[in-house]
Design a protein around this ligand. Structure first.
Ligand code: NDP
Ligand code: 2IT
Length: 451
């Protein structure tokens, strides 16, 4: 980076860090975007004068609230609820809700910041937001989860709406939670609107929303592979996580001809040297989504697989790595293992799963690398399609939604190529995704004046 550009980044980051002390995930996400877009800002001084990047790093609104609830024994618990409304420049705020004990302001702000650029890449008119709570759904009964969701929505409802802010799922928030949240929203507002996405199919949900993030990830990865004359056929794929994104990434990769070798959770990972099959996937869906069990149970059902407690899947050699669990789950030692194992591609299903140092190792190893805001945008894209169907009071078929998802992932790939192709012809997907997302949001902000 040229001298002036790098001074701009360091000056900007100095202020971000001083204004948001201790928020390391937020700093990390902002720095990655700032480093990509600084040359563009320096070439376009009107964006610098209008302090577009500075404004984007200050959420339009942050709501923090108390969430009291009682467990099945009648004991009272207090959790903290969040909604970070980062940007409404190109559409109403849009983004998921995360229920996980690690949730804090830094994590909410990094996710809302990322969502702003991701949503811009989808080609659909959606601003960026994120929310959630430090509530831990693990081990809770359905009745406890329902009471928590009702209490959470009893405050959140005043800040959301079909034209204002449309939440959806993320870690710890799936179809069950969206149902309870929607029920309470409808009860308070007495309105059946498309205010949440990820709804059930028979009450306003879109077909393929559950599949969308994982399928979209594979469609995006396939585009990257095709650029090198490759495909998923016969490739060994390692996936982390065993939740919504991981499950459907595994199913699609397998259907595209890959051998999916691993799944994981925060307790450890399973390695199946024979690869997943349709039948094994049905077992995983039942285990995780109905019984809400742990991934280690897989080896009781399929004894040729091995369970590695307390470890991550990256030490098993693979051709394609798809991290689908959480932020900063690939650290430098994991990245070195991925490179040593001969991988050719890493595409992020999770948000910011690869630490900045690990990204450097992956790129130095010659891998194709896609940041989550490009490769996992299929989920929010189909959320956007759910919003359209709700507004039109219609529902599209599986084929219609799947072909729109494929087209959107292909368009996102084309944006990355347009803004990320380097002089040597290689594609810098981080540069491409950040620049394309930034330009769309920045132009809208300039058009709308200083707000
Ligand atoms: P789920 O709650 O369905 O699954 C999360 C999975 O990740 C679980 O297997 C969980 O294991 C594991 N995990 C969570 N936290 C940790 C941790 N700290 N360390 C290790 N493993 C962990 O969530 P999703 O599949 O929806 O989300 C996964 C990732 O994808 C997140 O980064 C999310 O932001 C991102 N994403 C999700 C989208 C969606 O549509 N759902 C869209 C785009 C991105 P355990 O059970 O042990 O907690
Ligand atoms: O990180 C994400 O893009 C999501 N959790 C999905 C958000 C959405 O509104 O569907």
């Amino acid at each position: 980076m040229e001298d002036f550009t790098s001074r701009f980044v360091e000056g900007f980051m100095g202020e971000v860090i001083a204004r948001n002390p201790g928020e390391s995930e937020f700093h990390q996400a902002v720095r990655a975007v700032a480093e990509s877009v600084a040359p563009y800002i320096v070439e376009n001084p009107h964006l610098m004068d209008a302090k577009i990047l500075e404004r984007l790093a200050e959420p339009e609104r942050i709501i923090i609230f108390r969430v009291p609830w009682t467990d099945d024994r009648g004991e009272v618990h207090i959790n903290r609820g969040f909604r970070v409304q980062n940007s409404s420049a190109i559409g109403p705020y849009k983004g998921g809700l995360r229920f996980h004990p690690s949730v804090n302001l830094s994590i909410m702000k990094f996710l809302a910041f990322e969502q702003t650029f991701k949503n811009a890449l989808t080609t659909l008119p959606m601003g960026g937001a994120k929310g959630g709570s430090d509530f831990n759904p693990r081990g809770k009964s359905d009745a406890e989860v329902m009471r928590f969701c009702q209490s959470f929505m009893t405050e959140l409802y005043r800040h959301i709406g079909a034209d204002t802010d449309i939440p959806a799922g993320d870690i710890g928030v799936g179809g069950r939670e969206i149902g309870y949240l929607f029920g309470q929203y409808k009860r308070i507002k007495d309105q059946f609107t498309g205010t949440l996405t990820g709804k059930g199919l028979n009450w306003g949900g879109s077909i393929f929303r559950p599949e969308a993030t994982g399928y979209g990830l594979c469609y995006f990865a396939l585009k990257m592979l095709e650029g090198r004359g490759e495909s998923f056929e016969g490739k060994k794929v390692n996936i982390s996580g065993a939740g919504n994104v991981a499950q459907y990434a595994a199913q699609k990769a397998m259907r595209l001809g890959a051998k999916v070798q691993t799944l994981s959770d925060s307790d450890g990972f399973v390695f199946d040297p024979d690869g997943l099959t349709e039948e094994k996937m049905q077992y995983v869906f039942r285990l995780k989504n109905i019984r809400r069990g742990r991934i280690k149970e897989y080896v009781q059902e399929y004894p040729s697989a091995q369970y590695f407690p307390g470890e991550r899947p990256w030490k098993i050699p693979c051709d394609i790595a798809l991290p689908c669990a959480t932020q900063n789950e690939i650290e430098p030692a994991d990245a070195e293992n991925i490179v040593k194992g001969g991988a050719i591609l890493l595409a992020e299903g999770a948000n910011m799963p690869t630490t900045p140092e690990a990204v450097k190792i992956i790129l130095a190893g010659g891998l194709l690398y896609a940041p989550g805001k490009a490769s996992n945008a299929g989920g929010v894209a189909v959320s956007g399609l759910e919003m359209s169907q709700n507004s039109m009071r219609t529902s599209w078929t599986a084929d219609e939604v799947d072909s729109m998802l494929r087209r959107i992932m292909s368009d996102i790939h084309a944006s990355c190529v347009k803004y990320g192709t380097l002089p040597d012809g290689s594609i810098d997907y981080v540069l491409g995704a950040n620049t394309a997302g930034f330009i769309k949001v920045a132009d809208a902000m300039i058009d709308q004046g200083l707000v």
